[in-house]
Design a protein around this ligand. Structure first.
Ligand code: OAD
Length: 230
C-alpha cells in the first residue's frame, strides 16, 4: 500500500527540550537581543562583528546539544509515512535524529555563503567565521540564514509539499513569522491537521486543527498513537 504523505512544519519549540532557546517565549532569544541588531542585512552592514559573533555562538551551541525525543519520534515515523519536514529552525537536530527529507526555510547554521555571490555556499559545520574570512572570490562570508527583510527562497517548494499533504502537523511555532505561517492555508481541505504546542497558538485564517497541548516530546508520542491507529 502506498504510504500517506505527512508534512511537518517545525519551529523553535521543537528544539526547546534540547536546550535551545525559542525566540518569543519569556526568556527567549528576542528578549536578550534586538532582532534589528543581529538578524537583518542592515545589522550586518552596520556591525558585522556583532552579527557574526551572534551566529558563531549559536553554531557552537550545536556541539553542546542533542536531538530530543520529539526529533527522534519524527525520524521513526519515516517507516510508516512518506515524510517531509519543513523547518524554520536553523539547527541540525532533525538531521542528527535521522530524518531525511528536510527543507530549511530560514537557512542553516552549519552553512555560510558569500555576501556578494549567494550561490557560493559552504559547509562549515560548527566552526566560527570572522571578519576577513572570504569566499573563493574574495568576498566576506556571512551566515547562510534568512534575515528579516530578506526573501525566503525555499517557500515555493514548501508550498508545493504542503499542498500534497495527507497529514499536516505543526510543532512548536508561534506562527508569527511569514511567509512560513501562511503554509497552513495550503494544506488540503481533506487533510488531517494537528498542532502540537504547550501554549495557545493562534492559527491564521481561522483554520481548524486538532490541538495537542503538550511539549514536542510528549505531544509527538500522542500523535504517534493517534496516527498509527488510522
Ligand atoms: P517562537 O519563539 O516564535 O515560537 C516558539 C513556539 O514554541 C511557541 O508557540 C511556544 O509556545 C512553543 N514551545 C515552547 N516550548 C515548547 C516545547 N517544549 N515543545 C513544543 N513547543 C514549545 O519560534 P518560531 O515560531 O520558530 O527566524 O519563530 C519563527 C522564526 O522567528 C524563527 O525561525 C526565527 C525567528 O525570528 C529567523 O531567525 C529568520
Amino acid at each position: 500500500m502506498e504510504k500517506k504523505k505527512m508534512v511537518v512544519l517545525t519551529g523553535a519549540g521543537m528544539s526547546a527540550e534540547s536546550g535551545i532557546s525559542t525566540f518569543r517565549d519569556s526568556g527567549g532569544l528576542w528578549e536578550k537581543y534586538r532582532i534589528e541588531d543581529v538578524a537583518s542585512p542592515e545589522a550586518f552592514a552596520k556591525n558585522p562583528k556583532l552579527v557574526l559573533d551572534f551566529y558563531n555562538l549559536r553554531r557552537k551551541q550545536l556541539d553542546e546539544v542533542q536531538p530530543n525525543v520529539g526529533h527522534l519520534f519524527l525520524s521513526r515515523l519515516q517507516e510508516f509515512f512518506d515524510m517531509f519536514i519543513i523547518t524554520q529552525n536553523v539547527d541540525n537536530l532533525h538531521e542528527r535524529a535521522g530524518s531525511k527529507n528536510i527543507l530549511h526555510l530560514h537557512g542553516e547554521l552549519t552553512k555560510v555563503r558569500s555576501s556578494k555571490y549567494p550561490q557560493l555556499i559552504y559547509d562549515i559545520g560548527t566552526k566560527a567565521i570572522q571578519l576577513g574570512d572570504v569566499c573563493e572570490k574574495g568576498t566576506q562570508l556571512r551566515p547562510h540564514i534568512v534575515w528579516f527583510g530578506e526573501s525566503v527562497p525555499a517557500i515555493e517548494a514548501a508550498v508545493e509539499l504542503t499542498a500534497q499533504a495527507d497529514i499536516f502537523v505543526i510543532i512548536g511555532t508561534s506562527l508569527n513569522v511569514y511567509p512560513a505561517a501562511s503554509l497552513v492555508m495550503y494544506a488540503p481541505a481533506g487533510s488531517r491537521k494537528f498542532l502540537i504546542d504547550p501554549n495557545p497558538v493562534e492559527i491564521p485564517y481561522g483554520l481548524k486543527f486538532t490541538v495537542i497541548k503538550k511539549s514536542a516530546g510528549e505531544g509527538t508520542k500522542e500523535l504517534e498513537k493517534l496516527l498509527l491507529s488510522i
